[in-house]
Design a protein around this ligand. Structure first.
Ligand code: NAP
Length: 256
């Protein structure tokens, strides 16, 4: 089979847009997430639109056994993953640490750090063996700076930046590229998940500002992935023009 990419968190937002841009460029995609019904819909959409193969995979990245079992036993034609997009991730809550819910911290750490590590560990050895591969970690500006109530989410994204840097060192001497893409505000289901399904509160985040779209981020991912093999875009920060830092947007600028 031609080139294969694995995208985690492909049922929504940035992951879904990445699956689409890769498929559009002729890459066969394994689309993984917990909501299988959405993946099956996406499979149909991508195979109808583009002449690629699509493998939907119901996968919870926090489930260590599931990750190693499913990714270690991919169908024979799907085993040579050339591009891994570690995108599955979330924030839960926006509470100050003193008021924070321990369960929320655990979900974020288990998904954003441990899940990314499990998936990478399941895929990387074969890349090393083949001496070829590209890993894209979706971090965030939250990994570069923090904000009130961002505590654990920001810490997990800082961890992703450090893991990307560390992995670049660990695979030095191979042809494996490790790329970090760090978006500012993107309108996806991210805020709905953060606010436990409160769509009204989530909508307010994106009022009176033009945020990035998932497609904007996917284009940046594709730019980085499609560079010649000797070029690694190490760390690409992508922001809405109306946002200058995690906290500073056109909405609050005038009040300063
Ligand atoms: P989204 O629309 O909520 O998508 C998140 C995706 O992650 C979903 O497909 C979800 O699928 C998947 N996911 C969550 N937990 C999972 C688990 N345990 N196992 C497997 N998949 C899981 O949000 P998004 O904005 O596209 O987020 C994608 C990535 O971008 C995240 O890492 C996020 O931190 C990062 N990011 C987002 C923004 C932003 O402003 N939106 C900014 C910077 C960085 P299921 O629920 O179906 O499993």
């Amino acid at each position: 089979m031609d080139k294969i990419a694995l995208i985690t968190g492909a049922s929504s937002g940035i992951g879904r847009a990445c699956a689409e841009i890769l498929a559009k460029n002729g890459i066969n995609v394994i689309i993984a997430a917990r909501r299988l019904e959405r993946l099956v819909e996406l499979e149909k959409e991508l195979t109808d639109k583009y002449k690629v193969e699509v493998l939907p995979l119901k996968l919870d990245v926090t489930n260590k056994e599931e990750v190693f079992d499913f990714l270690g036993n991919l169908p024979k034609d799907w085993q040579d993953v050339e591009i891994l997009i570690n995108n599955a991730g979330l924030s839960k809550g926006l509470d100050r640490l003193q008021d924070g819910k321990v369960e929320n911290w655990e979900i974020m750490i288990d998904t954003n750090i441990k899940g990314l590590l499990y998936v990478t560990k399941a895929i990387l050895p074969r890349m090393v063996e083949k001496n070829s591969g590209t890993i894209v970690n979706i971090a965030s500006i939250a990994g570069h700076e923090t904000y009130p109530g961002g505590n654990v989410y920001c810490a997990t994204k800082a961890a992703v930046l450090h893991l990307s840097k560390a992995l670049r060192m660990d695979v030095l001497g191979t042809n494996i590229r490790v790329i970090s893409i760090d978006p500012g505000m993107v309108e996806t289901e991210f805020s709905i998940v953060r606010f436990d399904g409160d769509e009204e509160r989530a909508k307010k985040v994106y009022e009176n500002i033009t945020p990035l779209t998932a497609e904007d981020v996917a284009e940046a991912v594709w730019f980085a992935v499609s560079r010649p093999k000797h070029v690694t875009i190490e760390d690409l920060v992508i922001m809405p023009t109306q946002q200058a830092s995690a906290l500073l947007t056109v909405k609050n600028y005038k009040n300063l």
